[in-house]
Write a protein that binds this ligand. Structure first.
Ligand SMILES: Nc1ncnc2c1ncn2[C@@H]1O[C@H](COP(=O)(O)OP(=O)(O)O)[C@@H](O)[C@H]1O
Ligand SMILES: [Mg+2]
Length: 320
């Protein structure tokens, strides 16, 4: 099979951590071709989505002293071609947030791929409809109390009715801009002004004390949970994200995780959100990561498994 990966510049990826690299390695290991491109290398020509694609070879990471270690020159570009993306069997859209105007325009280009010929993971329409923070609000029975607003009086009322809350910018990732808010905070108005940039709504959610025990990432493939990892805040940090130093710990997929996944599955499938990472804190769904969910390297490392292989094998089956 031929796979295309739309990614951030490959030189900036961290092979020992990034799920995109894990998926590329798994595809190569199964004898498939892996082509890479970036959002500014996409075009529409004669009504079809085209891309300037580079064929890559990878030196897979190795497990050394309990860590994934990559070779200095872990990737090699072999040839460059301009081709319709429909020549590929599957296209992974895995550009990191922010979901800005360039990102949205890229999804419009990907709309011109015939889904009967090429599966786009995740579907461009799904990526547009699922803001990673707001999408979870469609599943009210499994989320903590949450509002989305930029009205200071609405936010204040919500926080004052609780001991503590967290504020989340809607376009953030890896813990960016997440604030801990407490009743009576003298910086309250300024914090809201800075976070809303005077124009954007933000999410405000009940603070879940269980976050101290971890923020669990569960990877869903076509709505089915296939692996999980717990991320525990370290030191004085209240956020558990790996990007801000969260410590990872092995954890099984619990009954509650399965229950939440089952609630999401029909909607995820309908939206073409085949590969997502949900965040679960204290048994509550807090985020549905759809753009470039990560966690596979850590899950593989802690459990001695190969989740990316499972993903590639699922795609092989879709093609048959
Ligand atoms: N309701 C909450 N209560 C306590 N901590 C939270 C809550 N929501 C998020 N956090 C903390 O903030 C971190 C980031 O939150 P999340 O919503 O997953 O945004 P993102 O990962 O996109 O930055 C989580 O890892 C967790 O530690
Ligand atoms: Mg998160």
């Amino acid at each position: 099979m031929k796979f295309a990966f739309i990614i951030d510049p490959i030189a900036k990826l961290d092979p020992g951590h990034d799920t995109s690299v894990a998926l590329m390695e798994a595809a190569l290991a199964k004898g498939h071709e892996v082509w890479i491109t970036e959002i500014d290398r996409l075009s529409i020509i004669e009504g079809k989505a085209w891309a300037t694609l580079e064929l890559v070879k990878l030196e897979p990471v190795k497990l050394i002293d309990g860590l994934w270690v990559a070779a200095a020159n872990w990737y090699e570009v072999q040839e460059t071609i301009l081709q319709p993306l429909e020549e590929m069997d599957a296209v992974f859209m895995r550009v990191d947030p922010p979901v800005n105007v360039s990102y949205l325009y890229a999804t419009y280009i990907l709309d011109l791929i015939d889904p009967k010929k090429t599966l786009v993971i995740n579907s461009p329409a799904g990526l547009r409809s699922a803001n990673e923070k707001v999408y979870a609000l469609q599943f009210q029975s499994v989320i903590p109390e949450t509002i989305v607003s930029h009205d200071k009086s609405v936010i204040r009322k919500f926080v004052e009715a609780r001991e503590a809350a967290v504020l989340k910018p809607l376009g953030g990732k890896g813990g960016e801009g997440i604030l801990f808010l407490q009743k009576g905070d003298r910086n309250f108005n300024s914090l809201i002004e800075i976070s809303t940039k005077q124009a954007e709504p933000v999410m405000v959610q009940t603070y879940l004390p269980a976050a101290k025990q971890g923020d669990k990432r569960v990877i869903l493939l076509n709505g089915e949970p296939i692996g999980a990892v717990n991320r525990i805040p370290t030191g004085a940090e209240f956020r558990g994200n790996m990007a801000v130093g969260g410590r990872v710990e092995a954890t099984p997929i619990s009954d509650r995780d399965r229950e939440i996944s089952a609630k999401l599955a029909p909607k995820l499938r309908a939206d073409g959100l085949y590969f997502v990472g949900i965040d679960v804190i204290g048994g509550y769904l807090t985020e549905v990561n759809v753009t470039s969910p990560t966690g596979i390297r850590e899950i593989d490392l802690l459990n001695g498994i190969n989740l990316s292989k499972e993903v590639i094998e699922w795609l092989e089956k879709q093609q048959q």
